[in-house]
Write a protein that binds this ligand. Structure first.
Ligand code: PMV
Length: 314
């Protein structure tokens, strides 16, 4: 029997970096997915196949002995097998439509889809159970993950997240589209986050002010989302980009992409840690094509819509 689950990627619409210091962020699932297929096998090994590599490990190997970017999937197979007292092997195949390492939640979407798919070999797990498993799995390689990415990949839609109160789904009827362009500069979230920490330590007052401004901006953005006011929302997106520039996480290439995107869209900003990764532009049916035409002359880009489904088991 094969068990298949897919999960969407995500972008951060507002609030990256400031969220680390307690300000809310707004995340949105996108209709680009990861599909994970699992199957029980007679050989006593966990066999993982993905575009980033392959891993074959004997069952019951202690997790501390696994050193691979595919470690979260071994963790899931091992943990779930133990729970069900299953002693044979599992083959896990990961197929992704989400570029990795550029802030589009590919790692979280893989963890969520793998948790759903491997669980499905034994039982029908709830979304909450799958979410918990996926966060634990992602922590094996990113110990400081907030869990926000896995949450939006599990439930889909638009979500407000802050460190204190966790996540809250935003019931918006928004019909916006996004044009996402990839700078192809791979970023390391931890490095960019620690540079922001240094900036904060050197510029305490300025940083505090920016946090206040960001918090007001998020309140504004939530109003615009409720009203489906794309012009207002685009303007809050552009303002958020300015705050990200102020804390030093943008760069020349990203600025160039933003300038191009702004000429046809409602507004654009970098998404995720910055220092590279992706930008997105807010569009609708009137300007998506024009924005893609502009950006695709120089950059890899694609359009996306909000994914309202979250994980999907089939
Ligand atoms: O680039 P990503 O998707 O890993 O996003 C990082 C978001 C930060 O706010 C910069 C860090 C965090 O842990 O929230």
């Amino acid at each position: 029997m094969k068990s298949q689950t897919s999960a969407p990627g995500k972008i951060i619409l507002f609030g990256e970096h400031f969220v680390v210091y307690g300000i809310p962020a707004i995340l949105c699932a996108i209709d680009r997915r990861v599909k994970v297929t699992s199957e029980k096998i007679a050989q006593k090994e966990i066999n993982i196949k993905s575009e980033i590599g392959k891993l074959k490990i004997p069952v019951s190997t202690p997790i501390s002995q696994v050193n691979s970017p595919l470690k979260p999937f071994y963790y899931l197979a091992d943990h779930i097998s133990r729970k069900h007292n299953y002693k044979d092997g599992i083959e896990i195949t990961i197929e992704s439509e989400i570029p990795s390492g550029v802030g589009l939640g590919s790692s979280s979407a893989c963890c969520v889809a793998a948790a759903g798919s491997i669980s499905g070999l034994f039982e029908k797990a709830s979304k909450e159970e799958i979410l918990k498993l996926s966060i634990d799995a992602e922590k094996t390689i990113y110990p400081n993950t907030s869990g926000a990415d896995c949450t939006v990949c599990t439930f889909g839609g638009i979500m407000k997240y802050d460190k204190k109160s966790g996540y809250a789904k935003i019931n918006s009827q928004s019909n916006f589209e996004l044009v996402i362009a990839n700078s192809k500069i791979i970023h390391t979230t931890d490095d960019v986050v620690s540079n922001v920490k240094k900036f904060k330590e050197k510029n305490e007052d300025r940083f505090l002010n920016l946090c206040k401004n960001e918090e007001e901006l998020i309140a504004n953005a939530l109003e615009n989302l409720k009203k489906n006011d794309l012009i207002g929302l685009g303007s809050t997106i552009s303002t958020n980009q300015k705050y990200l520039e102020a804390i030093g996480v943008s760069n020349e290439k990203l600025q160039e992409m933003i300038k191009l995107a702004d000429s046809t869209s409602f507004g654009s900003k970098l998404t995720g840690a910055g220092g590279g990764g992706c930008i997105f532009a807010l569009t609708d049916h009137t300007n998506t094509k024009e924005t893609i035409n502009k950006l695709s002359k120089k950059y890899e880009c694609f359009s996306a819509k909000i994914d309202f489904k979250g994980i999907d088991t089939f």
